[in-house]
Design a protein around this ligand. Structure first.
Ligand code: SAM
Length: 465
């Protein structure tokens, strides 16, 4: 790989003689030629710039000087029949430079010619001229959304980033595998070395445990956490089908979710919780509620009874009432397309709630570690659409619901929320246990002709679980 760098400050690039890049040059893995652009000027003052045509501040670098200089680089014999050459022009108006692009350049280029601009940059015809030249590809690139005085720092960055990917430049190629912006699409986990204790800060104990599996998992969790905090754009670009159960748990803590069975091309996203205030939303809620209600019904409940319940309690009119009436708290979660994917519906009794939410409220129940429960909010419905069960989204819906309930019962002394789950639905009981509920009793009720028995579970309204 050969680099030709043109600059009006060639000594700026002396640092390329140092460190790994310097060693690689000495060893012959790469060849770096630095040129002084002023060597192609013909006037006494060695002028490379002129005033902008059409007006404007500053000076622009002349195309004719650049043309003469760059032609010499592209005429160089690289010892191959049809060498792949790139003209890289640093500019804050360029395409963002990424690791993916650097990998591509390292893999398929024989020569990278870098034209370092100064002043207001280089006459635009230089890029368009070389774009038309056979065998040359032009790449106008930016280091980031800020403006430097000149292209030399960008040239140093490009050479460092590309050269270290050229075989033989880095002694241990293994160290390239797990880096930030690598194939995992994540930022790297934090690294530590000795001393293990320094100024009151210790290296995380797990890293000295010798348990390679747990260390690898910790590193992956940390990489996910750091990336979620600093580069949400990278999380949104991950292929959800490549993420495992533990990734799901780690990313769920930062608000990222995807359906239980992710199709190829699906990415994590941040669902948004809502408290509907407009009755126009009732249709969405009724549709989701009617679709999901049968899934949690006791085995043996007749279809007619289920349909009668839906018609009475989960119709559009019923949801219009839940949205507009005091006392009902309806919370929904929508996906990135605005589709409703989960909802909860709670009944908050009037006053201080001491009377209990409804006739079925287990007012005589007790929490294992506390005094008699009360006042009580009833969590009447808590449903996720089918593809979202087992996705972790229940945590998001529960947090949003508890927050809303906490604000609705702010004046209550010790508010609790209770719910009934069918005795035979052990999956639901396991989920509610995970979400901080504990069994406090049971209740019987009739649906149509059939007697049903629910396990009653309750929890406080603080949002830790
Ligand atoms: N007038 C130009 C504009 O607004 O787009 C800025 C010119 S800048 C002062 C001078 C030179 O610095 C550019 O020609 C380019 O070589 C370099 N440069 C400045 N910011 C850069 C960035 N973010 N990435 C790459 N090169 C940059």
């Amino acid at each position: 790989m050969r680099f030709d760098i043109f600059s009006v400050f060639p000594s700026y690039l002396n640092s390329l003689r140092l460190s790994l890049v310097g060693k690689a040059t000495e060893g012959g893995s790469i060849d770096i030629q630095v040129h002084d652009l002023r060597d192609w000027t013909e006037d006494r003052h060695r002028t490379v710039d002129d005033t902008p045509v059409g007006g404007g501040a500053g000076m622009v670098m002349r195309a004719d000087i650049w043309g003469k200089a760059l032609d010499t680089a592209f005429d160089a014999d690289l010892g191959t029949d049809s060498p792949r050459r790139v003209l890289a022009i640093p500019t804050p108006a360029g395409y963002p430079l990424t690791q993916e692009i650097c990998v591509d350049l390292a893999e398929r280029c024989d020569q990278i010619v870098i034209a370092c601009g100064r002043y207001e940059g280089i006459d635009a015809r230089v890029a368009s001229h070389y774009e038309k030249l056979e065998g040359v590809e032009v790449f106008e690139f930016s280091l980031g959304d800020y403006v430097l005085n000149g292209g030399e720092v960008a040239a140093l960055a490009l050479v460092e980033a590309v050269a270290r990917l050229v075989p033989g430049v880095i002694g241990n190629p293994e160290s390239l595998v797990e880096e930030s912006h690598g194939s995992a699409g994540l930022l790297e986990y934090p690294s530590y070395t000795r001393p293990l204790d320094w100024r009151g800060e210790s290296v995380p104990a797990i890293l000295t445990s010798g348990d390679h599996g747990r260390v690898a998992r910790w590193q992956r969790d940390e990489a996910l956490r750091k990336t979620a905090l600093r580069r949400p754009d990278m999380i949104a670009a991950l292929e959800a089908a490549d993420l495992d159960r533990r990734d799901r748990a780690a990313l769920g803590q930062h608000g990222w979710y995807w359906p239980k069975k992710a199709e190829i091309g699906m990415h994590p996203f941040k669902p948004v919780a809502e408290i509907p205030t407009n009755t126009d939303a009732a249709g969405d809620y009724s549709e989701l509620a009617a679709r999901t209600f049968p899934d949690a019904c006791p085995k043996g409940m007749s279809d007619a009874d289920i349909q009668a319940f839906i018609a009475k309690n989960l119709s559009v009119e019923a949801f219009q009432n839940y949205i507009s009436s005091e006392g009902w708290v309806l919370v929904g979660v929508r996906d990135h397309d605005g589709c409703l994917i989960a909802y909860s519906l709670c009944l908050v009794p009037e006053g201080d709630g001491a009377a209990g939410a409804d006739e079925g409220a287990p007012v005589d129940a007790e929490l294992a570690d506390g005094p008699r429960i009360g006042p009580l909010v009833e969590m009447s419905k808590f449903y996720l659409d089918r593809p979202w069960r087992g996705s972790g989204l229940a945590g998001l819906l529960m947090t949003a619901t508890l927050q809303e309930l906490a604000s609705a019962t702010r004046s209550w002394e010790r508010p609790y929320v209770w719910l009934g789950t069918n005795r035979g639905n052990s999956r639901a009981q396991a989920l509610y246990t995970k979400l901080g509920f504990e069994p406090v009793g049971s209740r019987s009720f009739l649906v149509g002709e059939q007697n049903n028995e629910d396990i009653v579970m309750a929890r406080t309204l603080d949002v830790t679980y």
